[in-house]
Design a protein around this ligand. Structure first.
Ligand SMILES: Nc1nc2c(ncn2[C@@H]2O[C@H](COP(=O)(O)OP(=O)(O)O)[C@@H](O)[C@H]2O)c(=O)[nH]1
Ligand SMILES: [Mg+2]
Length: 283
């Protein structure tokens, strides 16, 4: 998990309200009210030091710390989940390797759903507001979270993002996680649904090589199908590999740039759950 990969400096996290379209109201029942920096789940993780020390005492201490980190995160995620359910907000956590097309899929989705449903976005990246700027250009309310050295969003960051964004009751909220096929899978945010985006340039073996991500997901979007003629990628084999890890996965092959296959994605979004019971892998 993350406590061994070197990420996580809570002091480096920044939540940026990008542009005028994001809300500013303070909701007394908001999950952020419970979260403050020294509650952060990473506070006690010193992964590189733990790696260097190979004594069994240190190993057990590392495992105990990892469990405490994830338990704290799960507690905050449950608060987010309760708040989102109370507001009837449909929340979708998008995860993938960097560059598979999450932001492009969001730009296209926001445009195509325009006028049909209130949509807002929380963007996660280590640095910059580049993705939030792209979302803002569509007219959609957006908040950017910069994680600094962190390689994933966690429940505390989502609570802080929600506080800034203030999505309306009954709306659709997308959370674009930090590009990484490993650590985001372990951190429940309290979201209603989890979507993995994989692009055809990444290889159809990725569900087998990164099983935790696919095990924790509800949907796999196979993106960039417009490039299938140029790469070795079998969509059916990718879907079969994903279902070996998680038989209940839905798989939607799409081209976010050309629009192919998006109807099934939109149909799923219309019926996506507004709350879930959490992520099995994180507990
Ligand atoms: N050919 C093709 N390129 C795509 C598609 N979706 C995204 N891209 C390109 O892939 C690159 C990364 O996309 P981006 O949305 O920033 O990926 P993210 O890092 O997952 O948010 C950009 O150059 C996009 O134009 C697609 O469906 N087809
Ligand atoms: Mg992006």
């Amino acid at each position: 998990m993350c406590a061994t990969c070197g990420c996580g400096d809570p002091a480096g996290v920044r939540v940026l309200n990008v542009g005028e379209t994001a809300g500013h109201r303070h909701d007394p029942d908001h999950p952020h009210d419970h979260a403050h920096p020294h509650d952060h789940p990473h506070d006690h993780a010193h992964p590189r030091a733990a790696q260097r020390d190979e004594t069994s005492a240190e190993s057990s201490r590392t495992i105990a710390i990892e469990q405490a980190v994830l338990a704290k995160n799960d507690e905050l995620a449950n608060r987010n989940r309760a708040w989102l359910a109370n507001q009837r907000i449909t929340s979708v956590n998008l995860m993938s390797s960097p560059g598979s097309g999450k932001t492009t899929l969001l730009e296209r989705t926001i445009g195509d759903l325009s006028g049909r449903r209130e949509v807002s976005v929380i963007e996660g990246d280590q640095e910059t507001t580049l993705d939030a700027d792209r979302i803002r250009a569509t007219g959609c309310p957006v908040v950017q979270i910069n994680t600094g050295s962190g390689c994933h969003l966690d429940a505390d960051m989502l609570a802080r993002g929600l506080h800034q964004l203030a999505p309306g009751p009954g709306s659709l909220l997308f959370i674009e996680n930090v590009g990484n096929l490993v650590c985001p899978a372990l951190f429940d945010l309290g979201e209603g649904a989890r979507v993995v985006v994989i692009s055809v340039t990444e290889g159809d073996d990725k569900p087998l090589k990164y099983p935790h991500m696919f095990a924790a997901a509800d949907v796999v979007v196979v993106n960039k199908t417009d490039l299938l003629d140029y790469v070795e990628f079998d969509v059916d084999r990718c879907a079969a590999n994903a279902r070996l890890v998680n038989p209940r996965l839905r798989v939607f092959p799409v081209s976010a740039t050309k629009g192919d296959g998006l109807d099934r994605w939109y149909e799923w979004l219309t019926n996506a759950p507004s709350s879930s019971s959490g992520v099995g892998g994180s507990s």
